[in-house]
Write a protein that binds this ligand. Structure first.
Ligand code: GRG
Length: 296
């Protein structure tokens, strides 16, 4: 099977896993469960669970204990998008090719659906204890990483600095901080959790964090590029959002050509370092390669 077909098949399996971990929409609170499903099952590249699963495989993981964590990371990522689209944040009407959650369910339910996905992510990940009680230490470590990278030392921390820097000229150092936390932290946690659950050692996990940090930088810079060069039809979300929100980006800071070179540089470094672990893992390598030239 070629890379594209494998990617389609793996994405389909991830969607099955996501669906299987969603709560049944019933009871007085049925509406919030429907809003959770609406946002989670709206499509999207499923990059984070895929990176998690592939890193788990890279370090020899074969069981299903990874699955609740794959669902959890996508729930956290989806909550961040739901909240990012709210009127108080970017105020966007479209995401993943359909109306944003607050536009369909109202702003109150948009806030609650995001909160619900975040909380349910941890309930979901904790199911791993029942699946593999003998791996409790690894599961506890994975939960610790998930909490930290999604929180004030990770994604939320980056988002705070980003929001508060709107309309300002910021230093390169501050921009790197925002990118590493806002976008990089969840990608780091995806790959680190894959390694932890497969039994990787402390030094290997540190190296995975460094590699994933580079993937995150490349991913966010490409996101900036696509915000300028992409179309609403392909991206499934509005373009020129950074300009609307007066965001300083790599494209504004360094120019389009240099931004493209940076995507390539960070990605190549990540691919090179990954080879140390498994010289012939072509799927993960091709996945990272495909991100350099992604159009959505
Ligand atoms: C806590 C109030 C509150 C808000 C949270 C933390 C946060 C808002 C937002 C995170 C910041 C954010 C949205 C960063 C963007 C990261 C990024 C490039 C997202 C797009 O990811 P893709 O391209 O999306 O993987 P798909 O739809 O393919 O999954």
């Amino acid at each position: 099977m070629n890379f594209k077909d494998m990617q389609i098949e793996k994405t389909r399996k991830i969607e099955e896993i996501l669906k299987s971990y969603l709560p049944k929409a019933e009871g007085y609170q049925q509406l919030i469960m429907e809003a959770m499903e609406y946002s989670l099952m709206a499509g999207g590249k499923r990059l984070r669970p895929m990176l998690m699963q592939e890193t788990y495989r890279l370090f020899g993981g074969t069981g299903r204990v990874i699955e609740p964590f794959m669902a959890a990371i996508e729930m956290i990522h989806t909550y961040s998008l739901v909240h990012d689209d709210l009127p108080a944040m970017d105020d966007d009407e479209y995401r993943r090719g359909r109306k944003t959650t607050h536009v369909v369910y109202g702003e109150d339910m948009g806030i609650l659906a995001g909160d619900a996905l975040l909380n349910y992510a941890f309930e979901t990940a904790a199911q791993a204890f029942d699946m593999e009680p003998s791996q409790s230490l690894r599961i506890g470590k994975a939960l610790q990483i998930l909490g930290r990278k999604a929180g004030i030392y990770g994604m939320i921390g980056g988002q705070v600095v980003d929001v508060k820097s709107s309309g300002e000229m910021i230093s390169g150092e501050k921009m790197d901080f925002i990118y590493r936390l806002k976008t990089g932290a969840l990608i780091e946690s995806s790959m680190m959790i894959g390694a932890v659950l497969a039994g990787a050692g402390a030094e290997e996990i540190r190296q995975v964090e460094e590699i994933a940090g580079k993937v995150g930088m490349a991913f966010q810079i490409q996101d900036d590029i696509l915000d300028v060069t992409g179309t609403m039809e392909v991206l499934g979300k509005p373009v020129h959002s950074d300009e609307k929100n007066e965001k300083m980006t790599y494209v504004v800071w360094k120019g389009m050509d240099t931004a493209k070179q940076e995507v390539e540089k960070f990605s190549r470094e990540a691919i090179f370092s990954l080879k140390k672990f498994h010289p012939a893992d072509s799927y993960l390598e091709e996945l990272l390669e495909s991100l350099i030239y992604r159009e959505r």
